[in-house]
Design a protein around this ligand. Structure first.
Ligand code: ADP
Length: 254
C-alpha cells in the first residue's frame, strides 16, 4: 500500500495507473509530428519557405546552408576566411560549394540538431558524401532522422518561381512578386528594406544550379528512399497549401 498525496493505491491500482500513463505517453507520441527533417527538392521548390513556417509554428530549428552563405556574402555573418571566400565564388556561379566547407558550417551549428522541437535541414545535404557525413554526425550526437521530405515541382514552374523570387537584403524572408507579394510594393514586410533579386537567381546562373541539382542532389532521393525515410510532397500551389500538405504528411506517416 502506497500513499500518493491524499490517495492511497495498492499494487493493482498502481499497475493500472502505469498502464494508463503508458497509453497517454503513446498517444502523445502519435500526436507528435515527425520533426527531424531533411528537406529536398530543386532550387525554387519552396524548401526555405516551408522551413520558415515549420520554425514559426512548431519551433523546429531551421538550418539553411544557403542562408548562412548569403549572410557571409552580405557581411552579416561569419568573417570571410579564405575557405568562405572561395565558397562564395562557387555560389555566384551556381555551382556547389565543396563538401568540406559545408560540413564545417553544419558542425559549427550542431546545437540546432538538438533543438527540442526538432530540425529542418534546408539545402543540406546536397551530395551523397554530405548525406553520409550527416548520418555519421547524427549517430555521433545520438540522434536519428525522422524523414526526408522531397518537394517535387515541374521544371517550368521552377523557372517561374525563381524569376519572380525576391528576398529581404537583411535576411527577413523570401517573397514572390505574384505568389507571395509583400504588403507594400517591393518592400520587406518586417523592415521596409527594398527587396532584391538573389544574385544566383539570374537566368544564366539558374541553369548551372539546375545542372548541379540533377547531377549531385537528385541521387539523394533514392538514398533516402532506400532508408525508408522519403516522403514526397507536391510543391505546386500557394505556400499555405503546400504547408497543409506538409503537416498532413508529417502526421500521416507516424
Ligand atoms: P536553392 O535551393 O534555392 O538553390 P540555397 O539557398 O539552398 O538555394 O543555396 C544557394 C547556393 O549555396 C547553392 O547554389 C550553392 O552554391 C550553395 N550551397 C548551399 N548549400 C549547399 C550545400 N549543402 N552544398 C554545396 N553548396 C551549397
Amino acid at each position: 500500500m502506497v500513499t500518493v498525496g491524499a490517495v492511497t493505491i495498492d499494487g493493482v491500482q498502481r499497475k493500472r495507473a502505469n498502464r494508463l500513463l503508458l497509453a497517454a505517453r503513446r498517444s502523445r507520441a502519435r500526436a507528435r509530428l515527425l520533426s527531424r527533417l531533411v528537406l529536398l527538392g530543386p532550387p525554387g521548390a519552396g524548401k526555405g519557405t516551408q522551413a520558415e513556417v515549420l520554425e514559426r509554428k512548431f519551433g523546429i530549428c531551421h538550418l539553411s546552408t544557403g542562408e548562412i552563405l548569403r549572410d557571409v556574402a552580405a557581411g552579416n555573418g561569419l568573417p570571410q576566411t579564405s575557405a568562405l571566400k572561395s565558397a562564395l565564388r562557387y555560389m555566384r556561379r551556381g555551382e556547389l560549394v565543396p563538401d568540406a566547407t559545408i560540413l564545417e558550417l553544419v558542425r559549427e551549428r550542431r546545437d540546432c540538431l538538438h533543438a527540442h522541437q526538432g530540425f529542418a535541414l534546408d539545402g543540406f545535404p546536397r551530395t551523397l558524401p554530405q548525406a553520409r557525413a550527416l548520418n555519421r554526425l547524427l549517430l555521433q550526437e545520438g540522434l536519428t532522422l525522422d524523414a526526408a521530405l522531397e518537394f517535387s515541382l515541374p521544371m517550368e514552374q521552377v523557372i517561374k518561381r525563381l524569376s519572380g523570387r525576391r528576398i529581404c537584403p537583411n535576411g527577413h524572408g523570401v517573397y514572390h512578386l505574384k505568389a507571395r507579394p509583400p504588403k507594400v510594393d517591393e518592400q520587406c514586410d518586417r523592415c521596409g528594406a527594398k527587396l532584391v533579386r538573389r544574385e544566383d537567381d539570374r537566368p544564366e546562373v539558374v541553369r548551372a544550379r539546375m545542372n548541379a541539382y540533377e547531377k549531385s542532389t537528385r541521387p539523394l532521393i533514392a538514398f533516402y528512399k532506400e532508408q525508408g525515410l522519403l516522403i514526397t510532397i507536391k510543391a505546386q500551389g500557394k505556400p499555405n497549401e503546400v504547408f497543409t500538405r506538409t503537416v498532413n504528411a508529417l502526421k500521416r506517416n507516424l
